[in-house]
Design a protein. Sequence first.
Length: 277
Amino acid sequence: MKKFGFWGSSGIIKNLSNRLITVVMSMQHTQFTDIAAPAFNPRLADEKARKRLGLYDTKLRDHHVALRGRFQNHGAEHLSDAEMLELLLLHASPRKDTRPTAKKVLSEFGDIASALAADTARLEALIGVSATQDLKLVFSASKRLAKARIAHRPLISSWDAVLTYCRTALAHKETEEFHVLYLDRRNMLIADEVMGVGTVDHVPVYPREVLKRALELNSCAIILVHNHPSGDPNPSPSDIEMTKLIKQAADSLSITLHDHLIIGASGETSFVSEGLL
């Protein structure tokens, strides 16, 4: 039996060598035509690749950098509502163009304050869960900041801060809410509690529940606050009547009713200032 080396017999190696020589010789007589390649644009190719891969578009990135720079260097006063919303929405969609979404939100709610205070379900249907959570976080932070300014100080001597807190919490609500600020004997805030949530033009309030809670908290004084989603802070006849009932009940328990504030987008009304209390 014959034994073959690594490539088999020496005849196989010789055959392969001859074929290789033939191919090389034929290439020497072949004419190649130069074909002009299309001009290469690195930036264009880069942008197409980025879009294909879902990466950050450089023009959009430059726009976001400039917008953030304006906010950092000049503050929110130099940004429109649309631009502020655009920046807020970037947290949920950091590499997307959020300008169309910001415009859609403003078209639906009118301004950024109303958008932040809007019903959660409506916002989620419009911009999704993640973006809604970001907006609600900002709204909650703004309320907490305003509340911090009335904490640990007598409210009667910090009336501007009280008004700011009430405006922040209620001015742009889409439905009526009735709040009671419960105070101690030094007029320090014990609690801000929601005693009723209603419709766009009515909220049920029960004087007995308002005063029962005051006794549970050992509150010596109260401030009533509710909003008018219509924006008009003028009291209705039912507002006036309900306030009288609560005052009568409070007087019988030696609890002071300091004021009743009605908050609207266009301003606020104080029952004390209007001579209604």
